[in-house]
Design a binder for this molecule. Structure first.
Ligand SMILES: C[S@@+](CC[C@H](N)C(=O)[O-])C[C@H]1O[C@@H](n2cnc3c(N)ncnc32)[C@H](O)[C@@H]1O
Length: 360
């Protein structure tokens, strides 16, 4: 049984022909009424996945300290755009702002902008962050210009990707078409070559590759902003440090793996972020500097998460101490989120190097 959105995509393909995986993802995640990120409440125990800020307050607190330190490194501008891409429930930002209340002048300088397409989540962000009078945006481009502090946790993994397969005649794009029944969505290779071939890695016949144009465009826009107006961005996501062959598109529904083409709009689709591609996009046409990526575990340890956990435990009940310890393990454990999740900073060429990226 497919979804209502699956039937609509099938009708579109029947009328106009196969669509790219990026088009499929854009519909499945962003369709105005039926897209996954437009209608569902994806986060938490009742949703499809949970994220670092939902695991422990320490995550948002330490990222808040990092942002406040960057504001000081920028010379404490009187106004700064504090932007979060894909803020979810607003938990990360609420923890970050609570943790930085004591930084003289920081909150007075902040102009909060949230980039999110999900109405349900926007309502939660509004409730959590009302004291900071946020503005909402569908896209980063509409955030007004000015000095920038930006954070994005698990945002880039939700952006559409194209996929390619290397044939004896060169790279071909993998598309979404229809099975013989005229209803079931199936993968199919485009018959000819692809204009994206120059952007794909050297690889043998049979290899696969993936590129995320949307992610590259956002990274380029961030790089241009921080170069022109000053500022810093912190990107946290699961992914790989180097570009190369291979694909990573995955589907999750109700905390379990699912088929990518099954029940679009009701299924989370995500990919492993190609951090090298983001770094190149951000720094190629601008003077932005790139730090990392490094593992989330190393980054949080350098920012003092072990000490923060001890402080929290000292005034906690035994049950709370257990929760704090379990959250710490999940965030920094090498077999949990500590290595798979990568942290990269983009910044201007006017301020000193950021905390957390010094060589160990
Ligand atoms: C995986 S959730 C992460 C939420 C939050 N950062 C956290 O760590 O809990 C992805 C977030 O990005 C938003 N989002 C997904 N695709 C988006 C897009 N194309 N434009 C803007 N927001 C998007 C979702 O609504 C959601 O808030």
């Amino acid at each position: 049984m497919t979804s209502e959105l699956g039937r609509r995509i099938a009708r579109r393909i029947a009328l106009t022909g196969p669509i790219s995986i990026a088009d499929f993802m854009a519909e499945a995640l962003g369709h105005p009424t039926l897209g996954y990120y437009r209608r569902a409440m994806p986060l938490g125990a009742d949703g499809d996945f949970t994220t670092a800020p939902e695991i422990s307050q320490m995550f948002g607190e330490l990222l808040g300290a990092w942002l406040a330190e960057r504001w000081i490194a920028m010379g404490q501008p009187e106004r700064v755009r504090l932007v979060e891409l894909g803020p979810g429930r607003g938990t990360l930002m609420a923890d970050a702002l609570r943790a930085t209340r004591g930084v003289a002048g920081f909150h007075a300088a902040l102009d909060l902008h949230l980039v999110d397409t999900n109405e349900t989540l926007r309502a939660q962000q509004a409730a959590t962050l009302v004291a900071f009078a946020p503005s909402w945006h569908e896209r980063f481009d509409t955030v007004p210009a000015g000095p920038l502090l930006l954070v994005a946790n698990e945002f880039f993994d939700a952006l559409p990707v194209r996929q390619f397969h290397k044939t004896a005649r060169g790279w071909s794009e993998r598309m979404v078409g229809l099975a013989a029944d005229g209803e079931t969505l199936v993968f199919a290779l485009a018959p000819g070559g692809t204009p994206f071939a120059p952007f794909l890695p050297e690889a043998d016949v049979g290899a696969e590759a993936e590129i995320c144009e949307a992610g590259r465009a956002v990274a380029a826009a961030i790089g241009a902003r921080v170069s022109e107006h000053g500022g810093w961005a912190l990107i946290v996501d699961y992914g790989r440090d180097r570009s190369g062959p291979g694909t990573s598109l995955q589907a999750v529904r109700g905390h379990l793996g699912a088929e990518v083409l099954d029940r679009p709009g009701e299924t989370d689709l995500s990919t492993h972020v190609d951090f090298e591609a983001l770094a190149i996009s951000a720094a190629t046409a601008s003077k932005a500097r790139v730090f990392g990526p490094i593992g989330q575990g190393d980054f949080l340890e350098r920012l003092g998460i072990l000490q923060r956990a001890e402080v929290l435990k000292a005034r906690a009940s035994p049950a709370q101490r257990h929760t704090i310890g379990a959250g710490l393990d999940r965030l920094i454990g090498p077999d949990q989120m500590g290595t798979l999740f990568r942290v990269m900073a983009l910044g201007d060429d006017r301020s000193a190097a950021p905390a957390g990226f010094e060589p160990s």
